[in-house]
Structures are given as C-alpha cells and as structure tokens.
Write a protein that binds this ligand. Structure first.
Ligand SMILES: Cc1cc2nc3c(=O)[nH]c(=O)nc-3n(C[C@H](O)[C@H](O)[C@H](O)COP(=O)(O)OP(=O)(O)OC[C@H]3O[C@@H](n4cnc5c(N)ncnc54)[C@H](O)[C@@H]3O)c2cc1C
Length: 498
C-alpha cells in the first residue's frame, strides 16, 4: 500500500485525505495545531463557542456531493438550517455619514426578494430574474466543470464547448460593469457586488463570471450547520478516520526531505520522520515552498510571490455578551460607510482603513448552543489589506469604532455587557497557519490569477509532491477547498497508476 502524507487539516487537507484513503492509499495527516480545521477551527470560552473563520455556508450542493462520494449524506453528520432572512445590510445615510439610512433584510424566498428589489428600483425584479438566470448558467459550468480541472495548462480549457461558452461566462468583462448595466440603485449594486468581496478582489477587477456567487447567494441560499461551521470539520475528520486516515495533531512539519527528484519523507519540529511515497501539502503554498523545501526544489522564485495579489486579511473579534442584542440577524453587513474608499484602502493603496465596512455575525440568533442562555455570541470582521503592521493599539482603536457603530444601530450600550473578548489579525494568521503576509483567504480571484494562472498543484521538480488549498486551484472558500482536495487526490491516483 502506498503511503501518502497530507500536511494540514484545513478543508483541503481533510478532503484530500478522505479521497486518497478511499482510493486505497495509506494516509497520515499531520497538523501543526492542537485543533483540526485550519482557518475553520473553533474554541470555547466562558460558555461561548466561537467559529474562528468561515461563517457563511454557501453552495450546499458542493457539501452534499462531497459526502455522496463516500455514500454518505450531510444529514448523517450535521443538521443544516436555511437562514431567513439570508442576511441584512445596513446602509449609509448620505446626509449624515455613519448613521444608517435604511436596513435591507434579504428574504430567502425568491418572489419576496424580487418584491424587495422592485420596491427599491421599479423594473429591477425582471432584471434580477435575467441576472440570476445568467448566473445560474455560470454556476453550472463553473462549478460543474471549471473547478474540477487541475489547471495544469490552458489546453484543459480548449474544449470547444467550454470555449464557445466563454462569452456567455463573461470572463472578460468586470462584475461591476455587468451589475451596473442592469441596476442603478447603489444599495442593490452593493448587495450584488458584495459576494465577490469573499473572492478577495474589487468588483472592478473580478470577472463577471463570478456572478455565479450571486446565484449561490440568492438562489441556493445561506445555510447554517447547527453547532457551528466546525461541524463540517468534525464530519470530515470522522469520515477520514472511518476511511482509515491516521490524523496526528501537534505535528508541525519543518522539512520535506528529498532524494533524486523525489520526496522521501517529512520531518516534524519534534524530530519525528514520516516516510512517504507521496506528499500533499495542504498548508499555505508559500510556507511549503519557502520553509519546507530547498530553493532548487521550489516552483516559484521570491519575485513571483511579490507580484501576487492577495485577498484581504481580516481583523476579527470573538465577543461574548451577557444579554441579547436587539435588531441583529445571524449575518449583518455594515455598509454604512464608503464602499469605494474601503476597497481602495485594501487593494489600491493598502493601509489601515479610515472608515471600514464591517461584518457582524451573531450565530446565537439561530443556535442556542453557541452561547449561554440569554447571551449573544458575536463574531466581528473588518476586511483589511494583508501585510499591515498589526499592534494592540490598532486593534483597540478599531474595536471602539466597530462598537460605536453597532451601538448606534442597535440603540444599546453593548460594551457594558461584554464578558469575553478576543481579537485576531495578521500576526495570529502568521503564527497559527504560517499564512503568507497574514492572508486570511489566499489569493485574490482576479482574471490573471484564475484557473491555470494560479500557483500550480504539482511541484515541477519533485515527481511526488503536490499542493492543495486556497492558494492553488480552484481558489479560496470552503467549497473550493473541498474541491481542491478532491482534484489533488485524483492527480495522485493517476500518478500512482502510471
Ligand atoms: C476569517 C475568515 C472568514 C472566512 N469566511 C468564509 C466563509 O464565510 N465562507 C467560506 O466559504 N469561506 C470563508 N473563508 C475562507 C475559508 O475558510 C478558507 O478558504 C478555507 O478554510 C481554507 O482551507 P485550506 O485547507 O486551504 O487552508 P487552512 O484552513 O489554512 O489549512 C491549512 C492547515 O495547515 C496547517 N499547517 C500549516 N503549516 C503546517 C506545517 N508546517 N505542518 C503541519 N501543518 C501545517 C495549518 O495549521 C492549517 O490547519 C474564511 C476565511 C477566514 C480566515
């Protein structure tokens, strides 16, 4: 039986481990941290249960398809509920910057959503129908075919059917243009542009292909696994163990050993050596290249990394509040400041943002198990440029800024009810995950960093080393990371059969 070592227990590593074990490999997964899940770890403090990273469960079909390949269902592992409203957006008051003008809650039901659009901009309901029909086509082609390609070269995309659909997929027009052609109201535009912020680029720099995210948002819906997003990690780890994967935590790989163009073993910081017939690196691509491999075995030179456009990092807080907070939904987007200025301060002119947008999640609105009775669990996130200097003073300043706006919106003094608070930013991403420049979501999905233009899955110098995860194909996000693990496992299987 061939032995494969998987480095990292994020979604991509866990997914790769499951598929490899199913394909008959003997798989050992090594994770540096005590907890599994990488950026999607969870922790408990004072009766609160905090998901540390992802909080939006989109594309439920991808999770269902993942488990189906092992003859399992999502419901075998966790209970999923659809959120209604999907989320609410708090907008800017043009007369008084910072004070919300109005609040739009996005209904899960499509006819209600169309009514909401029509009430804001007459004629927009039918345009939304048209927009989502195109987005559905892109979702079917994009998620059905594109994302499953290992993207070694352009030739994989040279299939006539795919080429002929390129125009319909709108690879060469920007999402911003596409949205603005149909809608005029700034609030509707922001609602349609916001999902690409997940992809880590401005709507101006993101191909309109990615309106497939609007289909995921509005048509497929926003879901939540009761108990928190970490339920997905637990489910995948249970499945992996069932399939025979040996999962070892607190095992940080410090070096990949090679001989004659092949990986022979990996060594951990505590001196363990694990021999391997093949290795799949699910840790940050840049970390594997620059810290675990000798220079002559790397795919990319330092200059390559300098030129990558990174998705934003995040300044986060996990907050426990000893009372319920009126007016909050499960997901709340505070778009009560200038969207354009914040984007500019992330991408064009990277610095700590002057008046950031932020996101507040209160999973305790849906799930009583994540907070003590009568309390609220708050997860706060400001997207910020990667690579900024991260100090306690900066974090404290932004905490006050976010709290002021939350208090203004809810009409409540939240600060006096805080019983737990922990912040998390660049320095933590670097320390906990070896994240390149403290990135949260990997590389931005710009046109020049899409598909075969992403860092390659296969190491070109070593015949039995692959990469998986959000810095390679298909990209950032939980569903793409699951798919990344599946694609890399298929590559290893093919190599092994040769
Ligand atoms: C704050 C935040 C919010 C997000 N929100 C969403 C969301 O709402 N919805 C969504 O779909 N996506 C979201 N994402 C993105 C999503 O979480 C990620 O794309 C995904 O989890 C990445 O998985 P991964 O396997 O590529 O990497 P990771 O989760 O980073 O896993 C890599 C693993 O490798 C381990 N590792 C690193 N170095 C070593 C080493 N030397 N030895 C052993 N192990 C090592 C790390 O500890 C880590 O466990 C969010 C991400 C963040 C950070």
């Amino acid at each position: 039986m061939k032995k494969v070592i998987v480095i990292g227990s994020g979604f991509s590593g866990l997914s790769a481990a499951c598929f490899l074990a199913k394909d008959g490999f003997s798989v050992t997964l090594l994770e540096k941290n005590e907890g599994l899940g990488g950026r999607a770890r969870q922790f408990e403090a004072d009766g609160f249960v905090f998901d540390m990273g992802p909080s939006w469960y989109w594309m439920p079909d991808v999770f269902e398809q993942f488990f189906a390949q092992f003859n399992k269902k999502v419901s075998d592992y966790y209970h999923l509920v659809r959120l209604d409203p999907s989320y609410q957006v708090i907008f800017q008051n043009p007369e008084q910057a910072g004070a919300p003008r109005d609040v739009l809650a996005l209904p899960a039901d499509m006819s209600e959503l169309e009514k909401l659009f029509e009430s804001i901009e007459p004629g927009s309901a039918s345009k939304l129908r048209q927009f989502l029909a195109e987005a559905e086509y892109k979702y079917r082609v994009g998620m059905g075919e594109f994302v499953h390609k290992p993207s070694h070269s352009l030739m994989e995309f040279a299939d006539l059917r795919i080429l002929s659909s390129m125009m319909r997929l709108q690879m060469f027009t920007s999402l911003s243009k596409h949205v603005r052609k149909l809608f005029k109201d700034e609030r509707l535009i922001q609602i349609l542009e916001f999902p690409v912020l997940f992809l880590g680029a401005t709507p101006q720099n993101t191909p309109a292909l990615y309106s497939l995210m609007n289909y995921a948002d509005m048509s497929l819906g926003t879901w939540y696994p009761m108990g928190g997003m970490h339920k997905i990690v637990e489910a995948m780890a249970d499945l992996a163990r069932e399939l025979g994967v040996e999962i070892k935590t607190a095992q940080e790989v410090s070096r990949i050993e090679t001989n004659n163009g092949k990986v022979t073993s990996v060594i951990t910081t505590d001196g363990h050596r694990y021999t391997a017939d093949a290795v799949v690196g699910g840790a940050d691509y840049h970390h594997i290249e620059t810290r675990l491999l000798d220079p002559e075995n790397r795919n990319y030179a330092p200059n390559y990394w300098k030129k990558r456009v990174m998705a934003p990092s995040s300044l986060l807080w996990y907050v426990g509040v000893n009372t319920r907070i009126p007016g909050l939904k499960h997901h709340n987007l505070f778009f009560d400041e200038d969207f354009g200025l914040h984007s500019e301060e992330i991408y064009t002119n990277p610095k700590w943002p002057s008046k950031p947008l932020f996101y507040a999640s209160a999973p305790s609105v849906t799930d009583p198990s994540v907070a003590p009775a009568g309390c609220e669990n708050l997860f706060l996130l400001i997207p910020v440029a990667p690579g900024l200097e991260d100090t306690p003073e900066v974090r404290a300043r932004y905490f006050d800024m976010v709290m002021e706006r939350l208090e203004r919106f809810t009409g409540m003094n939240i600060r006096q009810h805080i019983v737990y608070e922990r912040s998390y930013a660049h320095a933590d991403f670097v320390q906990d995950y070896h994240a390149f420049r403290g990135n949260a979501y990997g590389l931005a999905n710009t046109l020049l960093q899409t598909a075969f233009l992403k860092p390659k899955m296969k190491n070109r110098k070593l015949s039995n080393l692959w990469y998986t995860g959000q810095l390679t194909v298909p990209g950032p996000g939980v569903p793409p990371s699951l798919i990344s693990g599946q694609v890399v496992a298929a590559e290893v299987k093919q190599w092994s059969a040769r």
